[in-house]
Design a protein around this ligand. Structure first.
Ligand code: MTE
Ligand code: MO
Length: 323
């Protein structure tokens, strides 16, 4: 097992690469998050089990899983940020084309028992995190959410998953934070109660309006990111194309930009297609020489608006200079 790649939590950007201009993020531009390091998984010895409260437990090798009819799904992939600093926005975000099949296919074969209410996903990685040894990476979702949303992917952007992104098979949970998308998936357990675990009930919880107790980090917030200009860019005098990406659990219906703290102006916005991908926005503007800022603010179909600075998904700001 190699050392965890995740840099210390005092670096909120984790040194992430810029997502770049592409609609589908090249694998080389994709952020990598590991809590326990990258396990060495031998694909020919690897198996996936579906167990717990099921009538027909399953244990499948890779060949059997690759034989399941597959399809493509392009989905936003967003890290929640460091579990040790849940209020710090990172906007580590990408848009990935996954190939695989819905978890529902395996659930239908395994036949959940009536008492099953949660689906626990476990990865092959083991190690230490935050002073605790012998941990596995474990997440859980309500059975109905898992049946509706979880996709089991064996390829990304048309290529087999790389070791760091979960080879040979990972979960992908569209519309949910990346923390739920368990890599190197080896066990799927159906349970009656939520599992008590560092990565389920201790970390990756947050206070949300309408609840007295912290809630698990699941559905993404309405959010946007300015991708052009890139931070601290030096641009020639003239017209500048302001561009970015917006996403939510539902369609983003409006993105507004504020230049140099001025009024919000509507940007041109791509509509959401059939897939839970991100939506592009753009606005061309004339800039005078000197330092400038641009802020983006998305509103989704549920009427949720990105809040002002101070929250995880607050409006995104980029500073640049026109010479
Ligand atoms: N097994 C396992 N799965 C995991 C993690 C992990 O540490 N171990 N990190 C999670 C987190 S926090 C995120 S944001 C995504 C990152 O996926 P990526 O590294 O492929 O971008 O994987 C998730 N799945
Ligand atoms: Mo993450």
């Amino acid at each position: 097992m190699t050392a965890p790649l995740t840099p210390p939590p005092d670096d909120p950007s984790h040194g992430d690469p810029e997502p770049g201009p592409d609609f589908v993020t090249p694998v080389g531009n994709l952020f990598v998050r590991t809590h326990l390091g990258i396990p060495e998984v031998a694909a020919d010895a690897w198996t996936l089990s579906v167990e717990g409260l099921v009538a027909q437990p399953l244990r499948l090798g890779l060949a059997a899983l690759l034989a399941v009819p597959d399809r493509q799904l392009t989905a936003v992939h967003e890290c929640f940020g460091s579990p040790l600093r849940p209020d710090v926005p990172t906007r580590a975000v990408a848009n990935v084309e996954w190939t695989g099949f819905p978890l529902a296919v395996l659930l239908a074969r395994a036949v959940p028992l009536p008492a099953a209410r949660h689906v626990v996903l476990q990865g092959a990685d083991t190690g230490s995190f935050h002073g605790e040894d012998g941990l596995s990476y474990v997440k859980d979702l309500p059975l109905e959410t898992a049946r509706r949303e979880v996709f089991l992917a064996h390829r990304m952007n048309g290529e087999p998953l790389t070791a760091r992104h979960g080879h040979p098979l990972r979960a992908v949970v569209p519309r949910h934070f990346g923390t739920n998308s368990v890599k190197w998936l080896t066990r799927i357990v159906l349970t009656e109660e939520r599992p008590e675990h560092m990565f389920t009930t201790e970390f990756y919880t947050r206070v949300v309006p309408g609840h007295d107790t912290p809630q698990p980090v699941r559905e993404v917030d309405v959010n946007s990111r300015v991708t052009a200009p890139v931070r601290d860019a030096k641009l020639p005098y003239g017209t500048v194309a302001l561009r970015g990406r917006a996403w939510s659990t539902t369609e983003v219906v409006r993105v507004e930009l504020s230049v140099d703290g001025g009024p919000w102006e509507p940007a041109r916005l791509d509509t959401l297609g059939a897939d839970p991908a991100w939506q592009g926005f753009s606005l061309r503007r004339w800039f005078t020489p000197g330092p400038h800022t641009v802020r983006s603010r998305a509103t989704d179909a549920l009427g949720r608006v990105q809040p002002p600075p101070g929250s995880r998904n607050s409006v995104h700001e980029v500073g640049f200079t026109v010479a």
